[in-house]
Design a protein around this ligand. Structure first.
Ligand code: 13P
Ligand code: SF4
Length: 303
């Protein structure tokens, strides 16, 4: 903890001298989330809040696609990613060439991409979505058929909640695909009255067994508003740590699936990034112009 305190003091000082803000995803560890972050939330909130910051420097405490999204929306600002290797199994599951092939296979069918993709992939798609607005985005297109990439399970969840025909891809989140319905059953047996809330990146049988399904922000709202006696959050480990601080009357049952990519971000590399103003995220303008349009179309539809 004294080491953390030194980093926290240094980072908060550097934020002032660099005119920097730190955007932190809900999966960041509590010392980042609660002690140095200026803006926290789900992927959609981070994208929305990145638009209106007047800081010169944005530090993205999250994964690479989130930093790219912030850069797309703030081309004139320095966007720092404390560890460029913080990737995502979903973003790695599809390439721009894959999307071009899908378009050839299904001519005229619009393509929605989950925000968990590279800027190159976004540039080939019509519009982005997040787990918080996926159904609304699909329905905003006014098409009876939509290609939805790359998360197969989020696509299945959307298909269940709309009449639009969904053509999906086989990408999975390496964290959420590990949860099982059998695991939920055994937790329910051991904890009477347990509420199970799940992220839509979980497999369909897991979502079918859950009491509530939503993005990380929607999961947090559920716990804060409903105040269940006991809750099991089927998502990345740090969520329960971060939410539990504000709801002391709720008991959190914690199966722990860590995202190794999110966990690459530390107080130490945030500090180093602010000291050196590296590594900065750059996106080729020929890609950025098209990827930005896909993100801006999403933001125009809203949550
Ligand atoms: P949300 O915070 O948008 O629900 O996304 C979850 C996730 O896995 C981000 O990597
Ligand atoms: Fe990607 Fe899953 Fe990690 Fe989110 S939790 S960054 S979707 S691998």
């Amino acid at each position: 903890w004294p080491v953390h305190a030194d980093h926290i003091a240094a980072i908060n000082q550097l934020k002032k001298s660099r005119n920097a803000v730190i955007l932190a995803h809900n999966y960041q560890t509590p010392e980042i989330f609660h002690c140095v972050a200026d803006i926290t939330g789900d992927s959609l909130a981070l994208a929305q809040r990145a638009v209106d910051t007047d800081a010169d420097v944005i530090v993205l405490a999250g994964v690479h696609f989130m930093a790219e999204t912030a850069k797309l929306l703030n081309p004139g600002k320095t966007v720092l990613m404390p560890d460029l290797n913080a990737g995502c199994s979903l973003a790695d599951s599809i390439t721009a060439a894959d999307v071009r092939k899908l378009r050839e296979q299904y001519p005229g069918v619009p393509v929605v991409t989950y925000v968990n993709t590279s800027a190159e992939v976004k540039a080939e798609c019509d519009i982005c979505c997040t787990s918080g607005n996926a159904v609304a985005i699909v329905e905003s297109l006014g098409s009876d058929k939509v290609i939805f990439v790359p998360d197969e399970y989020l696509a299945a969840y959307v298909a269940e909640h709309t009449d639009v025909e969904i053509i999906s891809w086989k990408g999975h989140c390496e964290v959420h695909e590990r949860f099982t319905a059998a695991e939920i059953d055994s937790f329910r047996e051991g904890h009477a009255g347990l509420k199970v809330i799940a992220h839509p990146e979980c497999p369909p049988d897991v979502l079918a067994s859950a009491d509530f399904v939503g993005s990380t922000a929607q999961m947090q709202d559920y716990v804060v508003n409903e105040r269940p006696d006991k809750v099991l959050m089927l998502t990345e480990c740090s969520m329960s740590d971060n939410v539990s601080i504000s709801v002391e009357d709720v008991e959190f049952i914690r199966p722990c699936n860590l995202c190794p990519h999110m966990k690459r971000i530390t107080l130490a590399n945030i500090q180093q990034s602010l000291e050196t103003l590296t590594p900065a995220v750059e996106i080729d303008e020929s890609v950025a112009i098209r990827a930005r349009a896909a993100v801006e179309r999403m933001l125009a539809v809203g949550r």
